[in-house]
Design a protein around this ligand. Structure first.
Ligand code: ZN
Length: 147
């Protein structure tokens, strides 16, 4: 179904997930669920000085949903909230086929482009990213309260 290279990257992240686990409080937690496949992704993150200082994920589901969460954690750690927003948009565009897939530009995330012709799989690949988007909304709301 997926291009061989893409499949290799997905399986590598699925078998050896980066940043799998939970954070100790204080943290922001956001749960995401994809009913069409039964995938669950929970993202824990901490924001310090406007940056995602730490981020972990846990949950269960198909290899694409969990590999995508692993890639996300690796890609957004240390990023500012604005950079994380941009990365979400970029990745959603990549998965939907709105931008060209290029390993030099996207790194491992390029593998998510392999699902673009499979609408059901698109939901698996984008679950973690939509979940992060919700988590960032929480982070922004908390930042407003503190000032
Ligand atoms: Zn799935």
């Amino acid at each position: 179904m997926l291009d061989e290279l893409y499949q290799e990257i997905i399986l590598d992240h699925y078998r050896h997930p980066r940043g799998r686990g939970e954070l100790e409080p204080p943290k922001i937690t956001q749960e995401g669920f994809n009913p069409s496949c039964g995938d669950e992704v929970i993202i824990d993150l901490r924001v310090e000085d406007g940056r995602i200082s730490d981020i972990r994920f846990h949950g269960r589901g198909c290899s694409i949903s969990q590999a995508s969460a692993s890639m996300l954690v690796e890609a957004v750690k240390g990023k500012t909230l604005e950079e994380a927003h941009q990365l979400i948009e970029q990745t959603l565009a990549l998965v939907k086929g709105e931008v060209e897939a290029d390993y030099a530009v996207h790194g491992d995330l390029v593998a998510l482009a392999g699902v673009r012709n499979f609408p059901v799989r698109v939901k698996c690949a984008t679950l973690a990213w939509h979940t992060l988007e919700e988590a960032l909304k929480q982070a922004s709301a908390e930042a407003v309260q503190e000032t």
